[in-house]
Design a protein around this ligand. Structure first.
Ligand code: PGA
Length: 248
């Protein structure tokens, strides 16, 4: 299983270093075996990547960026390239997050371009998909997912284990609402039927209290966690749940 913390626009370098030190301390107390079988990722803001990479070096916890551009370099104000991330010790990137889509004009094709370029450079990728509330209410979830995942499949015809898809119903992000385990199961199965990606993560208000019922669904291979990834205790608790389910 893969548990990734998406910190969004939280935690500067100092807070990032403090969180990472706290996380390592907590894992040390638990004993590494307690979390065996779980790949743990944190995704800080660009300016905090260096602090996370330094602090987590050789811990096995990997650091992802929250976005990546497809070009090698050029006049793309505000963007960061694959080689810049790799030179900073970053292992992967999230692409196509719904907040990028909603506020910054990210589209299916640009998200797919980012994913393909990052994979080609050797970065791992979490590519986000998911329907809005309006789309779900209009029974459009399947069409939306087919379109979003189809764009990924077109850009990356052979899915690789380095690519995970995150199913994040937009109405469940940061709202405290979660998809029911059945909704998550259905959407994940649909995604895998469209595109045989190894891991589909669920995202949208995952917290310690609901991690078990979501992560125990067939075809749910991990979680992309926003709010609950900002505190060491809640993030570690979700990782422990994932590890326990992996063992059972
Ligand atoms: P949330 O965010 O857990 O705070 O809902 C998830 C995400 O946006 O990745």
């Amino acid at each position: 299983m893969l548990i990734a913390g998406n910190w969004k626009m939280h935690k500067g370098p100092g807070e990032t270093a403090g969180f990472c030190a706290g996380l390592l301390e907590r894992i040390g107390e638990l004993g590494a075996d307690e979390l065996a079988g779980v790949d743990i990722v944190v995704a800080p803001a660009f300016v905090s990547l260096h602090a996370a990479v330094e602090e987590l070096e050789e811990s096995g916890i990997r650091v992802y960026a929250q976005n990546v551009h497809w070009a090698e370099e050029g006049a793309f104000t505000g963007e960061v390239s694959r080689s810049m991330l790799i030179a900073s010790g970053v292992a992967g990137a999230i692409v196509g997050h719904s907040e990028r889509r909603l506020y910054f004009g990210e589209a299916d094709d640009t998200a797919a371009l980012r994913a393909a370029a990052a994979l080609e450079a050797g970065l791992d990728v979490i590519a986000c998909v998911g329907e809005t509330l309006e789309e779900r209410e209009h029974d459009e979830t399947e069409d939306v997912l087919r379109h979003q995942v189809g764009a990924l499949a077109e850009a990356i015809p052979e899915p690789t284990p380095a690519l995970a898809v995150a199913y994040e119903p937009v109405w469940a992000i940061g709202t405290g609402k979660t998809a029911t385990p059945e909704m998550a199961h259905e959407a994940h199965a649909l995604i895998k039927s469209i595109y045989p990606v190894e891991r589909v993560l669920y995202g949208g208000s995952v917290k310690p209290e609901n991690a078990e019922e979501l992560l125990s669904q067939d075809d749910v291979d991990g979680a992309l966690v926003g709010g609950a990834s900002l505190e060491v205790d809640s993030f570690t608790a979700i990782c422990e749940t994932a590890a326990r389910l992996t063992r059972s």
